[in-house]
Design a protein around this ligand. Structure first.
Ligand code: GDP
Length: 428
């Protein structure tokens, strides 16, 4: 099958950007299907890091076409800035970027409302990225959204925007006591942006279906991770979109029957940004070591990430939800200095042992992880490019993950650089 979906199996930040960037060189098309500018994919271009929030990772690979699908919510101003930055770095975009006309827009009132809502939640704040993603998806469902294709006829957009912004200002002022937004100022800012983005607007689903039918390599690039899925994640501490492989059909117009293999990206340990349950979270020096060695800070927000050991119960849950048979393990090198590594093999909830991932936050909070200890390798894996170059205990760790999660590993990432990969089997 020529189409491959890449999804994070944890709470996002698994290093999907590097992997999709590496896979992009073998792809004809790279497609974003959900999320918005709350995603932050760091890729390394000619040795220098560059962060993509909305652009698919394939944008940095010459000749690869990229689609932002209708399931994505797009902040047109943020996308315009991102495109300019990429062009500044000498990357040609031209025809290589298609923005589906049906993708909804994140507009300044979404961001203002999100900030006001998070403030009003007080201690119960979710820890959102304040990029307006949740309110934009909510507006789409409430039939109050504006698809980006509307920008092609600015007058049509203007009248729809003016009607909606008045109502949003009512919420901001009367409910939250905030300042109203200046509609005229926003329209003035959006007008040139609309002109620049218009050249990329396109009706993409048929292009995509035809490419898959013709046997082209298509890479669907997931943002965030499975445990942040709006329906199956640790609700309400989730993102507002469907982050699992199921989101591909809904977010691109490609039927499930045309979707090929789903590859899971699994970090060799676990991190989580923002609030919400995290069964294997550590608060000791180990967490600090992982945080520092792994530079575990949000690519979008700069926030320090919470760190802990790999959670097999959660991994098995993700594998089942996404239909994953192969995973790519990332950041193995971050564990290089540990004498002993732990893996959570089961949960203890109120004295009973289970390997079921609970569906309620209340249960998730009561979990005590049951760990298995595995000897560390205490040596540098960063230079390994072949299986035989990995230390035996590192291979044993990987083998144990496969046994416990009943999955195969297709490659292992051992450094931030694009070539720091040990490939066992090829993806396409
Ligand atoms: P994403 O959103 O899933 O792409 O994850 P992040 O934006 O958090 O990217 C992970 C960070 O780790 C980026 O700076 C990557 O360059 C880096 N990275 C990815 N894979 C590896 C790896 O195997 N080892 C190390 N040391 N860094 C990695």
């Amino acid at each position: 099958m020529s189409s491959v979906v890449v999804v994070g199996t944890q709470w996002g930040d698994e290093g999907k950007g590097k992997i999709t960037n590496a896979l992009s060189s073998d792809a004809d098309l790279v497609v974003r299907f959900q999320g918005g500018a709350n995603a932050g994919h760091t890729v390394s271009v000619d040795g220098t890091p560059i962060v993509f929030h909305l652009l698919p990772s394939g944008i940095s690979v010459p000749g690869v076409r990229n689609i932002i699908g209708p399931g994505v919510v797009i902040d047109p101003i943020a996308l315009d800035v991102e495109i300019a930055e990429v062009i500044d770095r000498g990357i040609e975009i031209g025809e290589n970027l298609m923005i589906d006309v049906g993708a909804h827009m994140v507009l300044p009132y979404h961001k203002a409302l999100e900030a006001a809502e998070e403030k009003a939640r007080g201690n119960a704040a979710i820890g959102t990225t304040h990029r307006g993603i949740g309110p934009a998806y909510a507006d789409r469902c409430a039939r109050d959204g504006i698809p980006i294709g509307t920008l092609a006829a600015f007058d049509v957009f203007r009248s729809r925007f003016e009607e909606i912004v008045d109502r949003k200002n009512e919420y901001l002022v009367r409910l939250y006591g905030e300042e109203p937004l200046d509609a005229g100022e926003i329209l003035e800012q959006l007008h040139p942006v609309a002109e620049r983005l218009a050249r990329h607007l396109s009706d993409t689903p048929e292009t995509l279906r035809a490419a898959i039918r013709a046997g082209r390599n298509v890479l669907f690039e997931g943002a965030q991770g499975t445990l942040l899925d709006v329906a199956f994640g640790t609700y309400p501490y989730v993102t507002s979109s469907c982050t699992t492989a199921a989101g591909v059909a809904a977010g691109t117009g490609v039927p499930p029957s045309l979707i090929g293999e789903v590859i899971g990206i699994t970090k060799a340990y676990t991190t989580r940004v923002g609030a919400g349950p995290f069964p294997t979270e550590l608060t000791d020096d180990t967490a600090k070591t992982i945080q520092e060695r792994g530079s575990e800070r949000g690519a979008t927000t700069g926030r320090a990430r919470r760190c802990g050991w790999l959670d097999i119960v959660a991994l098995k849950y993700s594998i089942a939800l996404n239909g994953i048979r192969r995973i790519i393990v990332t950041k193995l090198d971050i564990l290089d200095s540990f004498e002993t590594i732990k893996v959570c093999v089961a949960y203890d909830i109120d004295g009973s042992r289970t390997d079921r991932f609970p569906r309620t936050v209340d249960e998730l909070r009561r979990i005590r992880p049951v760990y298995e200890e595995i000897p560390g390798w205490m040596s540098d894996t960063g230079e390994a490019r072949r299986e035989s170059e990995l230390p035996a205990p590192a291979l044993a760790y990987l083998k144990r993950i496969c046994e416990l999660a009943d999955v195969d590993i297709c490659s292992v990432s051992v450094g931030a650089k694009g070539d720091a990969l040990v490939e066992f089997t090829s993806v396409f």
